[in-house]
Structure formats: C-alpha cells, structure tokens
Design a protein around this ligand. Structure first.
Ligand code: NOJ
Length: 551
C-alpha cells in the first residue's frame, strides 16, 4: 500500500544503460558503471532513477525487444549487479523504476516461440491472423518502425502483428492469461524492492475489436484503432487493483498523442486513478509533426501552448511528468536551443521546465548540455527506426538532404555515450565503445564542468536545489504571461508564502523584457540567472531569470 505520493517530491534521472557508463571495459554501458556513478547522480539532486530496459534482449530495438522479463541481461552485469545498484540507490534514499514493455515481446521470447508452434497455453498469446483469401494482409495498419504492421510466420503459417520492429510481436492483452503473466512480472520486481514502472506505449495494449481497416488516418494507419483502445482503462484498472495498489510504488505511462482531458481518465486523483502520471508528447512537437523526421521550424508558441495546456489541464486533479529529453528524441540544445549558444541555451532549457508543477526527469547527458551527433554516413546509424526511414522514405532526394533528415530526426543523436571526461572514448569506456562518441567530447564533458562553477552541470545542481526549496514550485498555481511572444516564455508560480516569475528567452538576439503588471522587480530577489552582470530590461541570447517575492 502506498502511504504518501512520494513521487511528487522527486527528481528522476533517466539511464539508457548501453550509453551511460561502461564499468567492466567491454565497450558497453552496464550496471557496474551505474554503481560507480550513483553518488554523481545524487549530487545533481536527483533522487530517483528510471532505467530503460535492462532485461535480456536480442537488441533489435536496444532492449525494448525483451526475451525474458524476469532477469537482467548478462551484458549489463546480470541480477547480482542489479541488486547491488538497487540497494545502493535505496541506501542513498533514491527510488528506482524499471521500464515495463508489455505491448510486445521479442520474437525470441519463449512465449512467442511456443505460440508460433501452437503449444498451449501460448497459442493465443499474440495477435495472429490468417492471410485474407486474396492473399492480402489481415488489415491495412502500419507499424511505427518498419512498413506494415504484419509479418508472415512460416512456422505457424499466419501473420502476427508488430506495431514496432518485425522482431517485436504484439501481445494479445485481451487474453486473460497474458494479463496474468504481466502481473507476475510486476510482482517479481516489486517484491524485489523496485519502486515502480515507466510503462512503454501502454496506451497501445488494447486493439479495436475486429481489427478493422483504417480509412481515417492518411499515414500511420491504425493509430486511432490501437491507441487508447476499448479495454485500455479496464486492463490498467486490473493491474492497479491486483498489483500496484498493494505496493508502495508509482506508475508512469507513456502515452503518444494524449491530451490532458484524456489523461485525466487515468490519472485523476479525485476519481479512482489507475495510473500516477502520463508522458505526453505535445512538448516534443514544437519543431516537427508527429515524428521528429518531419522537421519544421521551431515554434515557441506551440511549445508554450503545450506547457500551459498541461499545467492548466491537470490543475487540482492530476500530476504532470516533466521532461525535455529522453532516449527517443534528438538533443534539446540542438532543437529548441542553440549549438552556437550551447551553454546559455542548455541552462535556459533547464529553467524552462524545472519550475513547472510536476515531477521532472533529466535524461543522461542533458545535465552537461550534450548536443546532437552528426555522422557523415547514414550507415553509421544503429537505430532500427532510423535505418528504415533512411532506406524507405524520401529516397529520391539528394544524399545531403537524406542525411540531413536523419540528423534532425534520429533518436541516435541522444544515444551516443555520456561524455565523462576528455580522455579517449570520452571516459565512457577503456575499450572502443559500442557506438560513436560525439566529436565534441573534449569541450563538453562532466570532468571539465565539475571544475567550473558556472558550468551547465553546476547550473543544473542549482536549479534542482532551488526547485526543492521553493514551496510554490511544489504546490503553487501556474500563470503564463507574454502569451503572444514568439521569443519569450514567461510564467509565474504562486502559493500562500511566495511567488516566482520565470523568464526564458528562446532567441539568439537581444530581446526587450518588461515584467508583467503586478510584478515589481525592484521588490524581487533575482534568485537565478545564466549571465553575469546586472539584469536589465534587455535579455541576452537565451537568457533566463527567476525572480522571487516572499510574502
Ligand atoms: C517507446 C520507447 O521509448 C522506444 O524507445 C521504443 O522503441 C518503443 N516504445 C517500442 O518499445
């Protein structure tokens, strides 16, 4: 049973294990490396860790294709190393949440191998369909990674559904036996002491009955029929009732295209919530359409609207999950910030979301302002989605344009090894790393920033410390100002004790700034900024300021 909503006071750090830190010198990030860095994570002020998948996996989708839910991959150090990290985190008063990936399994999972042989009780564990009489696919749905959502299986002589890579077969969650398996997995980790789960594309687990053809969506066919499907709430309620409600744990659901209104169906604290938080995508769509591969000019007003819709939409009812980066999108400095003003913009981006209401997440490397990676050759990419995009979309364009599309769109940009120092391999590993290190590691790394009081790293420490000290950040209400500005994001947070005004410039130019009515700057304390010198009525490129009024 949960006694308090402890997740509301935490700041989480996301670890994408392959690229965090190699502790045993084989070129691959692992749990030995994580153990070495627990104090570092804690030193940021982070007191929770979300692990992207650590389970055994063939690695087609870097661990999101799981072949055994109840073990830890040998390449990451196995179960012994995991337990040491879990204990080490708990000893530091840090929570640990795992990735729960149950929309699909790897086709190497025992369940799938038995299902394709029709061995009971596994026959209906997946979504199998015969070919249509005319030889056509069972329906016209698209997968999000590789072409159509169906793959023919020679053994079973049927198609199985895969909404992601071909090797990621969708589970049939309508089968009660599958839901029992999920509950077993949950209990296994919770009994071990894990503090909760980030639930991978959990809004996809219930597909529309009859799997009809989709004539509504022009692209990504089927999306409307598998996202927020008919039994989603029922299944989440079942997991909550039978498992989560019995443990002191939290749940965070990944939810593509979700709106605050729809989110409240699941997370409304005043009305039997079945989840604690949802990961929205709206704040990731200010420079693209639906996917990072469809790149557009950055639009601050779109971003501000997304922030405000979520802050206002959940107020008094639900709790926000706050993030700017994760392993699925290119780096923010290169997107909404500026590589030319890397330090200033990395600091401004930290402020932009850290003073909002909710639980913030920091993605590995974000705290030093890591920027995008620009390979010279498309074949250097590793990610299954990126390679499919390269070989199948826009193939008539010039090689330069095709490469540029990947630079903007590929999540591999955020998957290069963390830059720990300026020695070989950026101090990530003593061996050649499994993936390319960003060329800028000699200028951008943790060791250098530790020595510099003004570094992005030390700025993050200040920001996190402040957000924990200020009661208005945890409890206060939210008001946005300068709404029509396409350069400035200005918001206030206020409770009975204090109020703050947060000012963020998303501009490379100097910008005029006038405090909104009712905010007398002469009576305020400037508690945070990213430039030296007096704060004037002009904001420098990517300048950010936080003013405080005590009541
Ligand atoms: C969302 C995860 O964050 C992403 O990395 C993964 O590829 C897909 N779900 C499929 O599991």
């Amino acid at each position: 049973m949960r006694t308090e909503q402890w997740y509301k006071d935490k700041v989480f750090y996301q670890i994408w294990p392959r690229s965090f830190k190699d502790g045993n010198g084989d070129g691959m990030g692992d749990l030995y490396g994580v153990y070495e860095k627990l104090d570092y994570i804690k030193s940021l002020g982070c007191d929770g860790i979300w692990f992207s998948p650590l389970y055994p996996s063939p690695g087609v989708d870097c661990g999101y294709d799981i072949s055994d839910y109840m073990d830890i991959a040998e390449e990451f150090g196995g179960m012994e190393a995991f337990k040491k990290v879990l204990d080490g985190a708990h000893a530091r008063d840090m929570k640990v949440i795992m990735d729960l990936v149950v929309n699909h399994t790897s086709t190497e999972h025992e369940w799938f191998k038995k299902s394709r042989e029709r061995i009971e009780p596994y026959t209906d564990y997946y979504i199998w369909r015969p070919a249509k009489p005319n030889g056509k696919l069972p329906n016209n749905w698209d997968s999000l990674f590789e072409g159509k959502a169906w793959q023919w299986d020679e053994v079973r002589q049927e198609y199985y559904m895969h909404l992601f890579a071909i090797e990621q077969a969708d589970l049939n969650m309508d089968n009660p036996l599958v839901r029992e398996e999920v509950k077993k997995v949950l209990r296994f980790w919770l009994d071990m002491g894990v503090d909760g789960f980030r639930e991978d594309v959990i809004t996809f687990i219930s597909k529309k009955e009859g799997l009809p053809d989709d004539y509504i969506m022009p692209a990504s066919k089927g999306f409307n029929y598998f996202n927020h499907g008919p039994h989603l709430h029922e299944y989440l309620e079942e997991f909550h009732r039978d498992v989560f409600s019995k443990y002191d744990c939290m749940t965070l659901a990944e939810a593509p295209m979700v709106t605050p209104k729809v989110a409240l169906k699941y997370i409304d604290e005043t009305n039997a919530p079945v989840l604690d938080m949802m990961i929205q995508f709206a704040t990731q769509e200010a420079d693209c359409m639906f996917t990072d591969f469809v790149h557009m000019p950055f639009n601050l007003r779109k971003l501000k609207k997304a922030y405000s819709d979520w802050q206002n939409g959940l107020e008094g009812k639900g709790w926000n999950m706050l993030y700017i980066e994760n392993h699925d999108h290119p780096r923010m400095v290169s997107r909404y910030g500026s590589e030319k003003f890397r330090e200033a913009s990395a600091k401004m981006l930290a402020v932009s979301y850290m003073f909002l209401k909710g639980t913030p997440f920091v993605y590995q490397g974000q705290e030093i302002g890591m920027s995008n990676w620009y390979p010279s050759d498309p074949e250097m990419y590793e990610d299954v989605q990126t390679l499919w995009q390269y070989h199948n979309v826009g193939t008539k364009k010039s090689p330069e344009k095709r490469l540029e599309r990947l630079w903007h769109g590929s999540r591999d940009s955020a998957r290069t090894p963390v830059q720990w120092d300026s020695t070989e391999n950026a101090g990530f590993s003593t061996m050649t790393p499994w993936f390319y290190v960003n060329d800028n590691y000699k200028e951008v790394n943790v060791a250098m920033q530790e020595q510099d009081a003004d570094s992005v790293l030390n700025f993050y420490r200040k920001v996190i410390k402040l957000r924990k000290e200020l009661s208005c950040v945890r409890h206060g209400n939210y008001t946005e100002y300068n709404k029509s500005s396409s350069k400035l994001y200005v918001y206030a947070r206020e409770d009975e004790k204090q109020k703050i005004l947060v000012v963020c410039s998303y501009s490379e130019a100097m910008e005029e700034f006038k405090a909104p009515a009712g905010f007398d700057l002469r009576k305020a304390e400037l508690i945070l900024n990213n430039y030296d010198g007096a704060a004037t009525s002009v904001l420098k490129p990517y300048e950010t300021r936080v003013y405080l009024w005590q009541k």
